[in-house]
Each structure stands twice: as structure tokens, then as C-alpha cells.
Design a binder for this molecule. Structure first.
Ligand code: VG1
Ligand code: CO
Length: 686
């Protein structure tokens, strides 16, 4: 192959957020958009990290990572039934045409008109593409699309391979069909050894995680480093700077296509020597790692107990590619216990975010929905997000908050999970995550760290041997076995705890349940009532104003206490004369004793991350946290985190929304939420 230098101009807004660059597919499909970001990434790494390197390129298989590649190759279209034109493939083709023929008017065009618009130059005989029973007009359209698409440089995965080759990368590793979960990418970087002894030093992960996928939804890309973790801020800042000044990128345009559905190595020769594309099984390395961490035999016993029932929902994300191998083939779960475990490029039209709002089917099955069925729900249920790094853990008719989940895993890890039998090095949580983990750390005398939101901050602690288990309130839990959060790991951790607690009990009267374990934990450590309110797609200016207001307010606690903690309007009392308002401080919420904008100094490399959210800390340990999301692709999302600690064993069994109602009221008043955003209610409550 040859190396071409292509001239380009910068795009605005290519700043990686909490976890990579996420935008609408249409944005990514603009000419040179992805190429700019990939080249900016190569340029941000030192040259010796790129030349001769082995890189992983894969992701959750969402729209624009793979399907479009196959369209370009022409392979899928030729061999696929003609219906392929409807829906996804046609959309892909039209978007591609948009890109090839600038200003092309696609509004209201069916396939027929499409070919007429493009004119006779694109006409080909129907036999040429081996299709039978297809009208000449359809066939013309088909060939038009294939022509257009084969001259289009293609979908993300192919572009990155071609750019990698041109930038002097020696090998690219691809999970079969471009599928690798985010934790599996991390595992592959750390564990996989190529047939020639090579090791990977980084990865492009093609995912927008829990954001929906499809032609009108999100695509995303992030870069992970040689430790298997997300690029630190130093690198992402450099990438962003590079995107602002980029003038050209390198690409091997004539590199022949590789069949990504077939396992094997394909070698090419370029100006600097050999270049390999190594397509390998998506699950093997990850499964091997999981088997080295957990006692699969004891989990197998639990799953085979007639008293234990299990259910897993991949929400049509990439977790499906692992669930069958691990839960069914290795651990003996019934195939019928897997829900939505076929990975789909649009996640079946759903929102692949494992929470009580979006994992509807699982929630109903677990007896938590409004219309729960007659059938007895399973003892254990779990779900994953699009790229399988998140998890939601449910018991029968019972929800485990992610903040509790990491605390419970930490409290039981040493006994229940062989990997931790030598003890925990330390534990860590993100700032908005509840302090349930702090209490465990204190109790077990463990090192403890509070880091900003996003997994990249845990990696440094782990590399320095300071942290074994960590988690976020956003359904992320993990350990130092890799440098990403890990959805299936969390499920295996819970199954291990259940197996451990029931080890002498599998034939006994009654199993220890998820709910039982959580209640026991609260009884020992106290309970952190916790909820998060998300206001999605709020006007970006309004969101900034709200945050600025909170920063300002935060500097004067007297004002905060006088104003926000005064009695709620509806419960203002009247004195005996009947018309005088009694002004006072409400008794159901304690005083704010401290407020700040969270700033983190990395204890390992000393780097400082500012503006990581605004905290209001109350006398009784309650907290309110406000921050702006860094993973959205449209408008702004305000997150409000509300937490209250209860040690009194007689008060730990309340409904959490009831228990938190006074604090919620204070938070909304304090932030003037409705005034700034025009929203009277959040989009999602978790
Ligand atoms: C959200 C979560 C954060 C998580 C991040 C990436 O970020 O709050 O805890 O690490 O998503 O998760 P933000 O900035 O939108 O609050 V994943 O699974 O979406 O990569
Ligand atoms: Co994710």
C-alpha cells in the first residue's frame, strides 16, 4: 500500500469528554471528521508509541463501526437478501452519498429517484452484481450505491486501520466483527500475546457506551493507553489542541479490505515494511481472565441449585457476546435466562443504559415494574450497557444502588473472591458516589480515595498499587484486574458473594438473597439513602448559568442556610395571631457546614483536575452534588446527586424517595432548578 497525505481543516468541538468523543453519527460522517480526530490522537502520542506499535481497534458494534464497513466492501450487500436496502443499510448508503456528492438533496428520495438523480453514468447491468429477480431500476440503485460506497473511504473501523497503517503502526488487532467490550479491550491490552509474541500498547474503542445507537443516534471513540485504561487528561487535552490546528492526515487509501468476520492474520506490505491485521475471537482473553479471578466452580454450584434463579439482560449491547460464553457455557445457566443478548447496531432501538428506567424488560421480570407478572421473579438479575462496562444488580423485587454495590463487594471481596484473598490494597469511589464505601474502608482499615467522575482517575491509583476495588454511582464497578469498569465482573462478584454466603446452604431451607445481603450490610454499616436526578438535554447556556450561580452561592454558607433551609412554603406555620409567618430553619434537614467546587490532586502524578462538581456538605453527613455531564452529544445534562446517611437501625428500611424528599426539596430550591432550566421534573431518576 501507499501512504497518502490528505489536506484537511479543523472542526470545532472535538474535545473528548468524561469518556471519549461522542457525537451524532451524522456529525462523525462529515468529511474528514473522524480522520481529524484519529490523526490528532496519533500526533498526541509520542512518535515511538505509534511507529511499530500494536493497537487494538474495536468496540460495541454500534452503527458506523461495522455495518457501514461491510457496505463499503460491497460484501454484505451482494450476498444479502435485497431487503437489505430498507432500514439501516439504505440509511448508511444515503449518508455515504451525502458525503460523496456534496449538496446532494436526499429529502424524500426513494431508491428509484435516487438512481435517476445520479444519472446514467452509474448504470450497470444487473448481472454484474449477481442479483436475480431484481428490477433494473433497483439494480441500478444498488450498483450506484456500491460504486459510491467503494469510493467513500468508509466507516470508522476501516478508516482507523488505514490511518494506522499510514502512520507506521505495525499491527492492528480487531475483535471478530469489530466486537470487543470496553473491559475486554482493557483485558486484551494487558493480557493478550500475539502469535509472534507481540503486545498491544493502546486501543481505539468505538463506542458511545450507554448512549443509543443507529443512524440518528450517537457514535463515539476513545483512546486507551498501554495500562489498558482511558487516556489521562494530559493526553486528551493534547488531542483536543491538535484537532484545532490539524492540516493533514495520513491514510493508506489503497489498503485492501479485510474480512473482519473471519479469524486470522492478513499481512500487507507498505513503505516501511509489513503491516498485519489480526482478527481474533472477542471473548477468549476476557473469559480466561475472569476464570483466573473467580471460583467458577462455586458459582456453577450456585447456579445449578434449583432454589437459585438467574437472569441477565445485555440490552442488545456487546455484553451479549460474553454472556452466553460465561453464564451459559462456563457456568451452566439456562439459555432462557439471557435477555436481549444478541448485539445489535442500534441496540434494538433501545437505550442501552442499565437502570430502572431503561432496562424495562429486566425490571419487569424481576418483579419491580408496575405491571409485574404472576410468574415468580428470579433470585438474581443484572444488566449491562452498550459497551458492557456498566452493570445493574437486582434481587427479587429489589434494587441495589451502585453505591451500595461497590461497598458490599469491597466488604466481602477477601472472603468471597479468590483474586482478593491476599487482602485489598485500597478502595476508591468517584466524588458523587455515596459514602457507603467510605464506611467500609474505615471499618476494615483500608486506604481510601475520592476521585473525580470518570474511570481514568482510578487507573493511576491502581498502577501505583494503591487500590483494588472501586466504583461509581453511575452503575460502574471494577477492580485492578483491568483499568476499566467491568459489567460482567461485577455480576460475577455478586454471584461469588451469593455463592460464598450460601456455600453450606445450597440444600438447606432458604437461600441467603441479594436483599438479605444488602439489609445485613445496612445493619452493620448504616445506610446511605441515595438518588440521582438527571435533567437531560437542557439548554446549554441555562445549564452554565445554573452552575455559575451555585459556585457563587457556595461561597456564603450563611445565605445558603438562611435561604434554602428555611421552611418549605407549604409547611410555613402561622403563629397564634394567625397572620405572622414564623421564620425558622427546617428541622428535617441539617445545616450546610461546608461547600466547595471539587478539585482533585492526583496523589501519584500530582496532576490537578478542577471544576469537578459543586458539593454542599451537611452537618449530619448528607450531601448535595451538582455537576454537568461530560458524555452527552446534545445540549447539556445537569446531574443532581442527593445522599443522606442513616445509622439508626430502626430507620434504615424506608423507601429512599420518601427518605430523601426533604433534601430534594432543598436542592431544587437552592439551585433554582426550575427557574434556570424551565424543568419541573428530571428526565431520569436513578
Ligand atoms: C457518566 C457517568 C460517569 C461515567 C461516564 C462514562 O459521565 O456519570 O460516572 O464514568 O458516564 O461511563 P457524565 O460525565 O455524563 O456524568 V460509560 O459507561 O458511559 O463510558
Ligand atoms: Co459504558
Amino acid at each position: 500500500f501507499k501512504v497518502a497525505r490528505v489536506e484537511t481543516k479543523p472542526y470545532d468541538g472535538q474535545k473528548p469528554g468524561t469518556s471519549g468523543l461522542r457525537k451524532k453519527v451524522k456529525v462523525f460522517m462529515q468529511a474528514h471528521y473522524l480522520e481529524n480526530f484519529v490523526q490528532a490522537t496519533f500526533n498526541a502520542l509520542s512518535a515511538e508509541k505509534v511507529r511499530g506499535a500494536t493497537l487494538v481497534v474495536s468496540g460495541d458494534g454500534r452503527y458506523y463501526s461495522k455495518e457501514a464497513v461491510q457496505v463499503i466492501c460491497g460484501v454484505t450487500m451482494v450476498h444479502r437478501p435485497f431487503e437489505g436496502f430498507k432500514g439501516g443499510v439504505l440509511e448508511a448508503a444515503i449518508l455515504a452519498l451525502d458525503r460523496c456528492f456534496e449538496g446532494f438533496d436526499r429529502e424524500g428520495l426513494g431508491p428509484g429517484e435516487l438512481s435517476l438523480r445520479l444519472g446514467p453514468a452509474f448504470f450497470r447491468d444487473s448481472r454484474a452484481c449477481g442479483l436475480r429477480g431484481v428490477s433494473p431500476v433497483d439494480c441500478r440503485v444498488f450498483m450506484t450505491l456500491v460504486d459510491a460506497l467503494s469510493s467513500w473511504k468508509g466507516a470508522s473501523f476501516l478508516i482507523i486501520i488505514k490511518m494506522g497503517a499510514a502512520n507506521g503502526v505495525r499491527r492492528i488487532w480487531v475483535g471478530q466483527n469489530t466486537l470487543l467490550s470496553t473491559p475486554a479491550v482493557s483485558a486484551v491490552i494487558r493480557e493478550r500475546v500475539g502469535s509472534d509474541g507481540s503486545k498491544a500498547s493502546g486501543a481505539f474503542i468505538l463506542t458511545a457506551s450507554h448512549n443509543p445507537g443507529g443512524p440518528h443516534e450517537d457514535f463515539g471513540i476513545k483512546y486507551n493507553m498501554e495500562n489498558g485504561g482511558p487516556a489521562p487528561e494530559g493526553i486528551t487535552d493534547r488531542i483536543f489542541e491538535n484537532t484545532k490546528t490539524i492540516k493533514e492526515y495520513l491514510i493508506a487509501e489503497d489498503l485492501p479490505d479485510v474480512d473482519i468476520s473471519a479469524i486470522g492474520i492478513t499481512s500487507f506490505s507498505g513503505p516501511e515494511g509489513q503491516f498485519d491485521v489480526d482478527v481474533f475471537d472477542s471473548a477468549t482473553d476476557y473469559v480466561k481472565l475472569m476464570k483466573s479471578i473467580f471460583d467458577f466452580e462455586s458459582i456453577r454450584k450456585l447456579l445449578s441449585s434449583p432454589k437459585f434463579t438467574f437472569c441477565y439482560d445485555a440490552l442488545h449491547g456487546v455484553a451479549g457476546a460474553y454472556a452466553k460464553r460465561i453464564f451459559v457455557e462456563e457456568l451452566g445457566a439456562q439459555e432462557s435466562s439471557l435477555l436481549n443478548c444478541v448485539p445489535k447496531e442500534d441496540f434494538g432501538g433501545g437505550h442501552p443504559d442499565p437502570n430502572l428506567t431503561y432496562a424495562k424488560e429486566l425490571v419487569a421480570r424481576m418483579g419491580l415494574g408496575k405491571s409485574s407478572s404472576e410468574v415468580e421473579p428470579p433470585e438474581f438479575g443484572a444488566a449491562a450497557d452498550g459497551d458492557a462496562d456498566r452493570n445493574m444488580i437486582l434481587g427479587k423485587r429489589f434494587f441495589v444502588t451502585p453505591s451500595d454495590s461497590v461497598a458490599i463487594i469491597a466488604a466481602n471481596a477477601v472472603q468471597a473472591i479468590p483474586y482478593f484473598s491476599g487482602g485489598l490494597k485500597g478502595v476508591a469511589r468517584s466524588m458523587p458516589t455515596s459514602a457507603a464505601l467510605d464506611v467500609v474502608a474505615k471499618h476494615l482499615n483500608l486506604k481510601f480515595f475520592e476521585v473525580p467522575t470518570g474511570w481514568k482517575f482510578f487507573g493511576n491509583l491502581m498502577d501505583a498499587g494503591l487500590c483494588s476495588v472501586c466504583g461509581e454511582e453511575s452503575f460502574g464497578t471494577g477492580s485492578d484486574h483491568i483499568r476499566e469498569k467491568d459489567g460482567i465482573w461485577a455480576v460475577l462478584a455478586w454471584l461469588s458473594i451469593l455463592a460464598y454466603k450460601n456455600k453450606d446452604n445450597l440444600n438447606g431451607e432458604k437461600l441467603e438473597t441479594v436483599e438479605g445481603i444488602v439489609r445485613q450490610h445496612w445493619a452493620t454499616y448504616g445506610r446511605h439513602y441515595y438518588t440521582r436526578y438527571d435533567y437531560e438535554n437542557v439548554d446549554a447556556v441555562a445549564a452554565k448559568e445554573l452552575m455559575a450561580y451555585l459556585v457563587k452561592l457556595q461561597s456564603d454558607l450563611t445565605e445558603v442556610n438562611n435561604f434554602a433551609l428555611a421552611w418549605p412554603v407549604e409547611s410555613v406555620g402561622l403563629d397564634f395571631s394567625g397572620d405572622l409567618l414564623i421564620k425558622g430553619v427546617r428541622s428535617d434537614v441539617s445545616n450546610v457546614v461546608e461547600a466547595d467546587e471539587f478539585e482533585y490532586k492526583d496523589p501519584v502524578d500530582g496532576s490537578i483536575s478542577k471544576h469537578q462538581g459543586i458539593r454542599y456538605l451537611f452537618e449530619d453527613g448528607s450531601r448535595l452534588v451538582f455537576r454537568l455531564s461530560g458524555t452527552g452529544s446534545e445540549g447539556a445534562t445537569i446531574r443532581l446527586y442527593i445522599e443522606q446517611y442513616e445509622k439508626d437501625p430502626t430507620k434504615i428500611g424506608r423507601d429512599s424517595q420518601d427518605a430523601l424528599a426533604p433534601l430534594v426539596d432543598v436542592a431544587l430550591k437552592l439551585s433554582k432548578m426550575q427557574e434556570f432550566t424551565g424543568r419541573s421534573a428530571p428526565t431520569v431518576i436513578t
